[in-house]
Design a protein around this ligand. Structure first.
Ligand SMILES: [Zn+2]
Length: 473
């Protein structure tokens, strides 16, 4: 009675509540977010629990078709026993890795997830909660990265809750993952961030007939290498369009403030957000200083490009599964995926000029450029030799935001310290090494200098006097 009388006295409020007003909301502002955060805290604490206990049971887990794989490591072991679903999980992981390793900006990807009766979210037999726990256990180095991994676990818990409540049928869950703003450029590079593009990942998750889909757009945070960052400003601008104020927030705070946006406001899904980002950044295309194309057509191009990666993805998966007997820990599984993927991607970059060699680091980039020069002259043997060298010194990482690159990056450092002694790389990013043969005149043991002449072009010159210009991007 009292409540009814109250409503009667406040007709304006009733009107506001009952009108299907369309608006977005920052997830932390919802009353249930407190409960969600407490749940996420339990998940984060799980990551600190003993690791050894799980590994002991491995043989048992793989002896028959398992319900779940706790990590990539387990999936590799099971796939080696002929488990097809485990192979699918590995393939999805490798596909993500190859894309993120080579295309840092100007890409759209999509993954499908399923939900079980308890509302847990899965991808091919791996529960997403385990993905967050693994990231905290095996990848979070340094307090900044640890903080980000915890926020990602929190966002995962938010997605789980809003999916379970049915909200993701009507709303998109949108998270903006900008490059850390509390680390130096050197720290960022050591952690696996690709600082040439400072890419933002815009992640859009929603449900359609019980199938959860996450679309990710990789958008540059700088117009060109070493340019001023426009990512935070642009993300704040996008949120403002939906009535949410993210101004004054750090990268970590923005990641911790995902939006729930009614689907009516984003008829083209993640593409609408990319377009708004480009407008807020002052007329970029996927955050870069490029002429604006049709977004739908570009998304179709991304799909075709991903399909072109498939044969390499298959070879990486085969090689990884063949190594199963010698892979003995989750860390090693991640590291081997990284190394095998890097090898095939360097080889691909020699043939495919749309891949920016800089993603592999200066020493490898210079060798890839010269290898391409050899290929253009039909000197395949020389190109193969340089490709091998490039694989030896390469320093790529698979995640534009550093996360999954952390572990592998360290082991690459060990390799390049011993293997890159014949290369010198100045602060300007110029690179110098001895090339066995000049592609142009055939002179032997040519001192080769690869020099940046603009943000997208390099000049390769040999001590023999030959030279060529290579452009990227
Ligand atoms: Zn020459």
């Amino acid at each position: 009675m009292g409540a009814a009388a109250f409503v009667h006295e406040r007709p304006v409020d009733v009107f506001l509540i009952e009108t299907p007003e369309i608006f977005a909301v920052a997830a932390p502002e919802l009353p249930e977010d407190q409960l969600i955060r407490a749940r996420a805290e339990r998940l984060i604490r799980r990551a600190s629990a003993a690791i050894i206990a799980e590994e002991v049971e491995l043989v048992e887990i793989c002896s028959e078709a398992p319900v779940r794989y706790a990590s990539l490591f387990e999936a590799i072991q099971c796939a080696a026993n002929g488990d097809e679903r485990a192979r699918k999980l590995i393939t999805a992981d490798v596909q993500t890795d190859t894309g993120e390793r080579t295309i840092k900006a100007g890409n759209i990807t999509e993954i499908e997830l399923t939900t079980d009766e308890d509302g847990n979210i899965w991808q091919y037999g791996q529960e997403m909660d385990d993905v967050y726990v693994n990231a905290l256990r095996y990848a979070a180095d340094g307090w900044q990265m640890r903080e980000r991994s915890e926020i990602e676990a929190r966002n995962g818990t938010r997605i789980k809750h809003h999916n379970r409540s049915g909200r993701l049928n009507d709303d998109y869950f949108v998270a903006f993952s900008c490059v850390a703003d509390n680390m130096t450029t050197k720290e960022l590079q050591e952690t696996g961030f690709f600082t040439d593009t400072m890419s933002v990942v815009i992640q859009v998750t929603h449900s359609n007939d019980g199938v959860l889909t996450t679309q990710s757009a990789f958008v540059a945070g700088v117009k060109h290498p070493e340019g001023p960052r426009h990512d935070i400003k642009a993300v704040v601008g996008v949120a403002e369009r939906f009535g949410v104020d993210l101004s004054g927030k750090t990268s970590a705070q923005i990641l911790d403030n995902p939006l729930l946006i009614p689907k009516e406001l984003m008829p083209n899904g993640v593409l609408d957000l990319v377009r708004m980002y480009d407008e807020a950044a002052g007329g970029t295309f996927f955050g870069q200083d490029k002429s604006i194309e049709d977004y739908q057509e570009y998304a179709a191009f991304c799909k075709r490009r991903e399909a072109n990666f498939k044969p390499k993805v298959e070879r990486i998966v085969n090689e990884l599964i063949a190594e199963a007997p010698t892979i003995t820990s989750p860390e090693m599984a991640t590291e081997r995926l990284g190394k095998i993927s890097a090898k095939y991607m360097v080889e691909m970059a020699v043939q495919d000029k749309t891949i920016n060699p800089d993603v592999f680091g200066g020493g490898a980039a210079a060798r890839i450029e010269v290898a391409r020069w050899h290929v253009a002259h039909g000197n395949y043997e020389q190109a193969a030799q340089l490709t091998k060298e490039a694989v030896r010194v390469e320093r790529s990482s698979s995640c534009p935001n550093g996360k999954s690159g952390v572990r592998t990056e360290k082991s690459f450092d060990d390799v390049s310290e011993s293997g890159e002694s014949d290369t010198s790389e100045g602060d300007s990013g110029d690179c110098e090494f001895v090339s066995k043969e000049c592609p142009e005149c055939g002179a032997k043991d040519v001192k080769t200098v690869v020099k940046k002449i603009s943000t997208t072009a390099k000049r390769i010159s040999g001590s023999c006097g030959c030279s060529v210009t290579a452009s990227n991007g």
